[in-house]
Write a protein that binds this ligand. Structure first.
Ligand code: NAP
Length: 327
């Protein structure tokens, strides 16, 4: 069976994921919902979806479409929660862009709902499924016990880019870029037992840049940062008791890394095109197996990350869009 996907949102990432879906085994684009009928139709025409639903009730009408088996949410961050919740209530599996929501409570609520209704839900942290990450996790034992992670990500965001500056759509460097450095640390070390953050805010009240110091249960630490005002190195260092691994470029897509251990130094190249196909095929396999959660990227990962984000934003003084946070 081919999973018929309904996309919510017609922006940049929706287009890129639609291109990867066209190449992925086990699924196809069935439908799209947008706030605007014309945008929905344009997207459907470009990417070959059979139906397009625009307007305030677009998501609701798309969810009633029998051709839609699963929903991919590609709206701006605070606008993930409502359509994801609606999808799960309609019994349709939901793949939700990262950051999954803008609060720990909202992320927990989506997993609670998925579990209660036996409906699959997952955060679209595509990096976890890329060949570079899979290879890195295979190599991690070569450096002994992981003792620290350092990762930085960011670039100067255009002053007129609303997505980075407007608090109503989750602006700021952390929510946009943090899923990568924080996601790497949580993938390797699990939940943080201590979170300390400093940062500076824009005139609109979102974080320009953030520096985070995290501690984990085994005594490991992480030094992570995100910025939307500087050209960051986009690298990561993972330091272990017997060696280290450097992700030497593009930390978000792990195209290559170098392992330095007692056996010497090895370089690993894993650059790929259409990287979202790996995540999409994983979801197709989960759905074919009747799972309600991914065995690789489930509730634990997403709530561990959401808890760190919530603490950092509170410490730095960023007000979140309350509409998208459950009472
Ligand atoms: N996995 C990745 O590699 C990756 C990369 C980039 C972004 N993302 C995530 O994907 C999400 C979307 O990012 P993007 O770069 O695609 O953003 P974008 O180009 O601005 O698109 C966002 C879409 O959200 C919809 N939307 C719904 N409510 C909105 C509102 N109040 N204001 C503005 N747009 C609204 C719009 O679609 P309609 O106008 O059709 O309703 C818009 O096209 C974000 O959560 C981001 O973190 C993931």
């Amino acid at each position: 069976m081919s999973v018929g996907w309904g996309f919510v949102g017609t922006g940049r990432i929706a287009g890129e994921v639609a291109e990867s879906l066209a190449l992925a085994k086990g699924g196809h684009l069935a439908s799209v919902a947008s706030r605007d009928q014309e945008r929905a139709e344009q997207f459907a025409g470009k990417h070959g979806a059979a139906s397009a639903y625009g307007g305030a009730d677009g998501v609701e009408r798309m969810l009633a479409d029998p051709g839609v088996d699963a929903v991919y949410i590609a709206t701006t961050h605070p606008q993930h929660y409502a359509p994801a919740r609606a999808a799960l209530l309609a019994g349709k599996p939901a793949l939700v862009e990262k950051p999954m929501t803008v609060s720990l409570a909202a992320t927990q609520d989506l997993f609670d709902l998925g579990a209660a209704r036996s409906v699959f839900v997952m955060e679209a942290y595509w990096t976890r499924f890329l060949p570079g990450t899979v290879a890195l996790l295979e190599q991690i034992g070569a450096i002994g016990e992981v003792r620290s992670v350092h990762a930085d990500l960011g670039f100067p965001a255009p002053a007129d880019d609303r997505r980075f500056h407007d608090p109503a759509i989750g602006g700021g460097s952390l929510l946009d870029l943090g899923p990568y450095p924080v996601g790497l640390a949580v993938t390797l070390l699990g939940p943080a037992v201590s979170v300390q953050a400093v940062g500076s805010l824009t005139a609109s009240g979102v974080d320009r840049q953030v520096a985070m110091a995290l501690e984990f249960a085994n005594g490991a630490v992480a030094a992570l940062s995100t910025t939307m005002v500087a050209q960051a190195v986009a690298k990561a260092w993972i330091e272990g008791s017997e060696g280290r691994i450097e992700i030497d470029r593009e930390l978000h897509s792990v195209p290559g890394f170098t392992v330095t251990s007692k056996d010497g130094q090895t370089h690993h190249d894993h650059a790929v095109e259409h990287g979202y196909t790996y995540m999409l095929e994983h979801v197709h396999e989960c759905l074919a197996s009747g799972l309600t959660e991914s065995p690789l990227l489930g509730r634990k990962y997403s709530t561990d990350v959401a808890e760190i984000f919530e603490k950092v934003l509170t410490q730095v003084g960023v007000e979140r869009n309350r509409e998208s946070i459950p009472d």
